[in-house]
Design a protein around this ligand. Sequence first.
Ligand SMILES: Nc1ncnc2c1ncn2[C@@H]1O[C@H](COP(=O)(O)OP(=O)(O)O)[C@@H](O)[C@H]1O
Ligand SMILES: CC(=O)OP(=O)(O)O
Ligand SMILES: [Mg+2]
Length: 399
Amino acid sequence: MSATRVLVLNSGSSSVKYQLLDMADRSRLAVGLVERIGEGASRLLHTPAGGERRERVEPYPDHGAALKAVAAELAADGLGLDSPDLAAVGHRVVHGGREFTRPTVVDDRVLAEIERLVPVAPLHNPANLTGIRTAQALNPDLPQVAVFDTAFHTTMPEYAARYAIDVATADAHRVRRYGFHGTSHAYVSRATAELLGRPVEDVNVIVLHLGNGASASAVRGGRCVETSMGLTPLEGLVMGTRSGDVDPAVVFHLNRVAGMSTDEVDELLNKRSGLVGLCGDNDMREIVRRREEGDERAALAFDVYVHRLRKYVGAYTAVLGRVDALAFTAGVGENSAPVREATVAGLEGLGLAVDTELNNRRTDTARVISPQYASVAVAVVPTDEELEIATQAYALVSS
Ligand SMILES: Nc1ncnc2c1ncn2[C@@H]1O[C@H](COP(=O)(O)OP(=O)(O)O)[C@@H](O)[C@H]1O
Ligand SMILES: CC(=O)OP(=O)(O)O
Ligand SMILES: [Mg+2]
């Protein structure tokens, strides 16, 4: 019997999410999360299929230490990285530049390329590299597969990927729009077509991936034609801690007028902006609760967030020409009925509306929330980046 299991590692700036899947039946054998890596008391939560959740609170100074603890938890369930049932480890790698258009088995050249892209994904690529190197050290014989956030967006037409800046300067430094969360945009756009019962080739979808990081994409017939993130995951929508779009002159202005260094402005726009910068909270549940209690800062943060979303929905409607579906996904998109309602309110002219009762209903499965009469299907479509990474990694190593 051949190996059918895939361990998926999704390493973020201060966390690792992981899942062990059996691709024979797509079942989950274990799921877990390590939070607050490098922040003193880190926490590991590990749940084996059919077993009790286990918690470990201890300091993990870096992603390497965290992954060793994850490997130990898996080994305790007989699911260690040395198991002959394991076919591959699939890694979410955030920045793959233009080079990587599909999942790739990691070798020294691939590692060097991911390393070269660290300056354009400083919060993400170093953690992804540590994940790969640690898994390699734990079992050198196991294929490590990199699945890139940028890959799905490499089909964007040149006029969407180009910034209107001097071509020679841009090309010399690879300055262009790459886009991120591609694994989620790919999975959700396909799942939306399935929900509508139509072939993906025939369907045009706007996907709103609203997690801590957030991005929109316009997908025509299964191919991405536009997305809101750019050179780095800072451009576009308002996010938990990131500003999204600002006039680039904000950077020079703060440098000249407030004496802030480039690194300080970088930190401001990536970590002290977005929802947290506007109202002190980045959790949409908390913002909605405060807003309902009459908190003005929370209400403004909500309005700025939703206004940006509405601008992108309008823009992507124009990009696609014909829209069949608008899909909400990730933490906020899947769970926040108030955000979904406010995003499409008054957009009947674009064929958009939600049915209040359908919008407020809670399910774990994909569903349409627009009324019968609406010409665009508004849908809630849960993303599953881990399943998608496992599927792509397994397809590659078993082919
Ligand atoms: N029930 C809910 N209502 C509103 N927002 C929620 C709810 N559950 C989670 N969220 C939001 O989802 C965000 C996290 O989304 P997620 O997709 O898990 O993010 P990431 O993968 O980027 O860490 C949280 O910051 C929170 O704002
Ligand atoms: C690219 C990106 O923004 O990822 P995340 O949402 O995991 O921070
Ligand atoms: Mg996410």
